[in-house]
Design a protein around this ligand. Structure first.
Ligand code: DGY
Length: 327
């Protein structure tokens, strides 16, 4: 006897690697909306009415309202560690587990965070421009940077990515201080010294932001914090753009209250080419590429698929952002 069992319906909201769709299509019926603007919003909502799974991306905001339009939803999965675009409390209230991808992007993201620090300190982008513009050999002076060796890196939010950055920084002779809500028990192994937030701002030559975006961390870095930093300090943000108040950052950089900002994340994101931050010389911005390597994005995609498929079967998700709702 042939049992004709309908495949569960899954919505993919946004752009994902082809491997995601390929894997999902083997066992589910997939509807994808790459572009989430205009009339696609209504089409997406319509598709969600019968969807059992949602493969989300950061371009979709998942609110309680949207969840109410998706009464069959059993699981949400997103190929990222940060899920600040998803109302986790609303998902938990509806017993919908949210899969994410912690761990697998630690090394790639740490490379970008440290790469930004090094590039900014040693003026690598300006040096490249100097060569490309033909200024080299024309008697003009090239941009000098600053030493890393002997300086202090303050990490705000010393989690697994922060620890991986600390290792890279220690190899370059930087001393590590950090501030977390809860002091780490493994400070001796990590070789990082706990300080208060204000002490970190006052003592650091480089301040690295590695915090998840929450209500508490939104605009944690604003005019008051920049005023407490050294005038020679560099700010590096590889976490979420909204942890830093962009207007206050612009003012601090323009007034020379801090020396430089190197950021893989911005607010807004994408940062428009005519944004006032990009009129400054003392800034370096990359387009949120922390996890953007072939290997890392592939592993993230596969973990996101696994989370979704396990959720559809009512099984425990391998990595769940709202553990209270996990099966
Ligand atoms: C994440 O996974 O949260 C990274 O920022 C990449 O989006």
């Amino acid at each position: 006897m042939v049992i004709n069992k309908t495949k569960p319906s899954v919505v993919i909201a946004g752009r994902v690697l082809p491997v995601v769709r390929e894997h999902l299509e083997a066992t589910t019926s997939v509807t994808q909306f790459e572009d989430l603007s205009g009339s696609n919003t209504q089409l997406l909502e319509k598709a969600l009415q019968t969807a059992e799974g949602l493969l989300a991306t950061a371009s979709l905001t998942v609110t309680a309202d949207l969840l109410d339009k998706a009464p069959q939803l059993k699981v949400i999965s997103q190929p990222s560690v940060g899920v600040d675009n998803i109302d986790l409390a609303a998902c938990s209230a509806r017993k919908i587990p949210v899969g994410h991808t912690p761990g697998v992007l630690v090394e790639a993201t740490a490379d970008i965070a440290f790469g930004l620090l090094l590039s900014a300190a040693r003026r690598i982008p300006e040096s490249w421009n100097f060569v490309c513009s033909g200024a080299w050999g024309q008697g003009q002076s090239f941009p000098f940077g600053i030493d890393l060796y002997g300086k202090t890196l303050g990490i705000v939010g010393l989690g697994s990515i922060g620890v991986a950055v600390a290792k890279r920084a220690q190899a370059s002779g930087l001393k590590i201080i950090y501030h977390n809500r809860h002091r780490r028990k493994d400070e001796d192994t990590v070789k990082a010294t706990y300080v208060t937030f204000d002490e970190l701002l006052a003592q650091s030559d480089f301040v690295l932001v590695m915090l998840p975006l929450t209500k508490e961390s939104t605009h944690l870095f604003s005019a008051q914090q920049f005023a407490k930093m050294k005038r020679t300090a560099y700010l590096i943000n590889a976490a979420r753009g909204k942890v830093v108040d962009s207007d206050a950052l612009y003012n601090a950089l323009k007034a020379g209250e801090i020396a430089f900002a190197a950021m893989d994340v911005t607010d807004p994101e994408p940062l428009p080419a005519d944004h006032k931050l990009l009129t400054l010389k003392n800034i370096l911005v990359t387009p949120h590429i922390g996890s953007a390597t072939h290997e890392t994005r592939d592993v993230m995609a596969r973990l996101a698929v696994k989370n979704l498929l396990e959720g559809l079967k009512g099984q425990t998700l391998p990595a769940c952002a709202n553990k209270e709702a996990n099966f």
